[in-house]
Design a protein around this ligand. Structure first.
Ligand SMILES: [Zn+2]
Length: 239
C-alpha cells in the first residue's frame, strides 16, 4: 500500500480493504469545470483507480475563478485532456481516460460502459436528464450537484429513490450563463466526491432520496426529503 494513502487507511471506514476498493473503482465524471475540478482532484488524490472524464469544452479565461486545474497557459485547450495531465502529475498511479465529447442520447451507453458510478458535474439540464434516465435504466448510482451564486445542491439518484425528474427537473431549466462563486462550486463538488467515495466503500450514501441544500450566505446546509413521483416519466419505464 502506498504511503500516500496512509492517513485515510487509518480510518475504520477505509482500511486496506477500502483502499483496495478505491483502487479497483471505475467512475465517469461528466464535466471538468467548476464542480468537476474538485471532484476529479479529490477522487484522484484518494486513489480511485480509473476516472473517465467527458467534457466537450475548452478552457476560457472566465473559467479561472473556480476551475483550478487550469491556468492562463491552458486557455483554448481541451479541458478533459488538460485536466488529465494535471491530475496525473498529482497521482501517477491511477488511470484516466479523457473524452472530448458531449454526453448525448447516442453515446450515453458507451460512456457508462465499465463504470460503477457517475458523478454529474455539468451546468445544463439537458445532459442531466439524459444521464438521469441512462443511470436509472442501467442501475448505476448518479451523484448530482449544481451551483448558482452562493447556493448549491447535491443529491444521489438511484432507481429505488427519487430521480431528477421526480424532483421536477426539466430541460428548459438551463440558463445561458449562471453566476457562481468559485467557493460554492468547490464545496458542492467536494460533497459529490465524498458521496462517490462512500459509494465505492460500500457505505449507504447519505443523499439517496434527499437533496442537500447549501447556503453560502448564512453558512448553512440542510437536507430535504424527496419522494418518488408516481407520475415520473423516467421511473414509469422501470415498472
Ligand atoms: Zn423519477
Amino acid at each position: 500500500m502506498e504511503v500516500r494513502y496512509e492517513r485515510q487507511v487509518l480510518m475504520d471506514e477505509v482500511g486496506y480493504d477500502g483502499q483496495k476498493k478505491l483502487k479497483d473503482a471505475r467512475v465517469l465524471i461528466i464535466g471538468a469545470g467548476g464542480l468537476g475540478c474538485p471532484v476529479l482532484t479529490y477522487l484522484a488524490c484518494a486513489g480511485v483507480g480509473f476516472l473517465r472524464i467527458a467534457d466537450n469544452d475548452v478552457v476560457s479565461e472566465s473559467n479561472l475563478n473556480r476551475q483550478f486545474l487550469y491556468g492562463p497557459h491552458c486557455i483554448g485547450k481541451e479541458k478533459a485532456l488538460t485536466a488529465k495531465e494535471s491530475l496525473i502529475r498529482q497521482n501517477p498511479n491511477i488511470k484516466i481516460e479523457a473524452l472530448f465529447e458531449r454526453v448525448n442520447e447516442d453515446n450515453a451507453e458507451r460512456m457508462l460502459n465499465g463504470v460503477q458510478i457517475v458523478v454529474d458535474c455539468v451546468d445544463n439540464a439537458e445532459t442531466r436528464l439524459i444521464m438521469n434516465r441512462a443511470c436509472l435504466y442501467t442501475d448505476i448510482p448518479l451523484v448530482e450537484g449544481g451551483v448558482e451564486g452562493y447556493y448549491g445542491f447535491a443529491t444521489v439518484v438511484k432507481k429505488e429513490f427519487a430521480c431528477l425528474e421526480c424532483m421536477g427537473y426539466r430541460a428548459e431549466d438551463t440558463r445561458a450563463t449562471v453566476p457562481v462563486l468559485g467557493v460554492t462550486a468547490g464545496i458542492i463538488g467536494m460533497i459529490q466526491a465524498n458521496e462517490c467515495i462512500r459509494l465505492i466503500l460500500g457505505l449507504e450514501p447519505a443523499l439517496y432520496g434527499k437533496i442537500l441544500q447549501y447556503d453560502g450566505h448564512h453558512a448553512t446546509m440542510r437536507q430535504v426529503d424527496v419522494k418518488i413521483d408516481p407520475n415520473c416519466g423516467a421511473h414509469k419505464h422501470l415498472r
